[in-house]
Design a protein around this ligand. Sequence first.
Ligand code: PMP
Length: 387
Amino acid sequence: MPNFPKKLRQRLEKRKNENALRKLSNYKDLVDFSSNDYLGLAREKKIQRQAEGMMLESACSNGATGSRLLTGHYPLLEELEAVLAHFHKAQTALVFNSGYDANLGFFSSVPQRNDIVLYDELSHASIRDGIALGNAKSYKFKHNDLKDLNEKIAMSLRAQSRSEDSEIYVVTESVFSMDGDSPDLGAMADYCAKHKLCLIVDEAHAVGVLGQGRGLVAELDLEEKVFARLVTFGKALGCHGAAILGANGLKTYLINFARSLIYTTALPPHTTASIIAAYKLLDAPEGKEKRERLYNLIQRFRSIVSEYGLQDLFLSSDSAIQVAVLGGNKRVRHCAEILMQNGFDVRPILAPTVAKGYERLRICLHDYNTRQEIRTVLELISKFGNG
Ligand code: PMP
């Protein structure tokens, strides 16, 4: 076997092997405060059984057997897209293999040369990578800062020659994945409508949880003011995959130009069936109960944060993502280790995934966590913080 190249080894050494796959034996039987399975749908046997039923009923194959544009387009996928459009009150939905693929496909193909993309500085890597593959000029604006967005637009307009048909795209997320906070989406949508900008909202962490599961755009009745939404199925839906929601023209455009849709094998039918079953549960009384349990736990979490005087350590967040910024990879790792030894799976988020000095514990709450578990986790963090 050829040697692993020296320059790659050196690059790896510089990163100090910060990223590693977890040692499975260490994490066995720990209480989950880490996965994005906010409603516990990934462990829901009912969804598995329903998906198997759908597979048998429609005599599905194991694999999609090709790209959506060739043999990989099948009835369950069409059914899912209809479910999505109806549930999220969108004109159409187009399913991609993951949120990463959807953002890559969208941002690399929709914004064109002479267009401008303005994105929140904490935007997910998939948004940034998509923009980097495209031909539009891009600028980041300060996190959740409408005033800075306004200034960056003025600056970008001065810096760039534009034609009559140039578009400006503004990108934000409903719930930011590493901070758990949200923008003032109503104000942002009004601003974009007033200035004729195309607003794109990544709803990855809002789907299933906010707006009766429909997301933040739907909660605030902003469907008509948003150019495109990304919904993903690997988080609260407990499955895998994603979709772009938008107008008919956008769907047709993406089918023709989004390379991450065109040049890959489509989602397998069992995944598609699971997503349909998960949406059914989301829309049923059981889904509502799960969301309510989660909201109560989030409130409980915040009140214990106040009780222990941890407000300065924790970022302000009303979402299922609660973040304690401890600072320093070593320190965050040490705290996560203590939590693990006490039976809790809380992962450290290290630099360079987040900026140096802002290394953190990312605690994800789930409807299956208990009040006592939450109290013990916060007690341990409080002891660590004061230790
Ligand atoms: N957008 C955001 C905001 C995310 O947090 C993620 C996943 N971490 C994605 C997109 C990508 O979604 P997926 O995991 O389905 O590729």
